[in-house]
Design a protein around this ligand. Sequence first.
Ligand SMILES: [Zn+2]
Length: 411
Amino acid sequence: MVLTPLIVVAAAQAASPLDPVAATDAYLATVSAAVRARSDAYFEGGYWLILWNAAVAIGAAWALLRSGVVARLSVKATTLARGRRAGRAFLFALLYLALTSVLTLPWSAYVGWAREHQYGMSNQSLAAWTGEWLLGTAIGTLLSALAALALLTLYRKLPQSWWAWGTLASGLFLFAGLLLAPVFVQPMFNRYTPMAASPLRTQILQMAQANSVPTNNVLVVDASRQTRRISANVAGIGPTVRVALNDNLLNRTSPAEVRAVMGHELGHYVLNHTLSLLVAFTLVAGLFLIAVDRATPRLVARYGEDWGIGGRDDPAVLVPAMVVATALSVLLTPVTNSVVRFHESQADYFGINASRAPDGWARVSLKLGEYRKLSPSPLEEAIFYDHPSGRTRILMGMRWKAHHAGEADLD
Ligand SMILES: [Zn+2]
């Protein structure tokens, strides 16, 4: 006898008491083997992208160092800045970052556009993608050059303690970015509008109000311009914080699924996750700066003469420093992923409690599985996942349901 997937789910749900593991397996079984294979391939390919991205960045830096381009850029920045050391550091960073962005554009286009199309995720033409790449690269290069200026100035003036002051500066920089991004940067890429009146909007605002979230901070973002992915997010800090659900979520899921996702996002807000992530990532920045402080002088001592760079005054030390930071970022992947996943897991529990929609949560977790492998091994999840996997999330919902017999929102 062939059971349709929904009958399998219904049968597992009917067991009394509900067996959370069996109910989770029944949900997972509703996804066809072909869809599973595609999302597994997409996500597992992402593991390799961590290495390839680092190889491309380090390879480009190494080639520009060996060919003497970095040394020439340093001279050029000195001429342009007419002897002002701050100007020299800023201009060097600006020129170097812009040059590497252009050199690695083919790779960025493969990862950000071609690969997304290959897996049916993207809604963008190449021209639209390129326009956004230009805008994003311009903003990113300018902000990164300002950050590099701050760090290079500290490095030059405070040889012993620059990394400690640099950590503090990184924290301030992250804070400013979190504060300003929803006001100045995100509106350059997407429109954020208040959600139109509907019963669902009333339910979301009720859930927000019940959890002390100001309701004027709930917005809809037109993410379908770029992608098919369903998603929602919290951005901002203090006065600029807002919760945004994307239009794909509204168009592709049921009201119970939207409520479950919004419960999760409200969780990030109520639990002050922007603040705790700010603290966590400032500490991570400190680790990077300590590594850069220890390893960069060794690289420069060994290769600096070949590269034609060196000395505390030369802003070109930024390049070997970025090589060190890139290598460390690969090694720290499990740490940064786990820091984020811990917060996501907290928001999941909050959202299931706030929405009381464990089945909506399960169904939307399956849809998120379009771009995140649904059922990884525990080790794989610990290393590569910045959100709990679909299996983990559905199991959370089914455990909640098993412990709240008759209380769940069933639509
Ligand atoms: Zn989240």
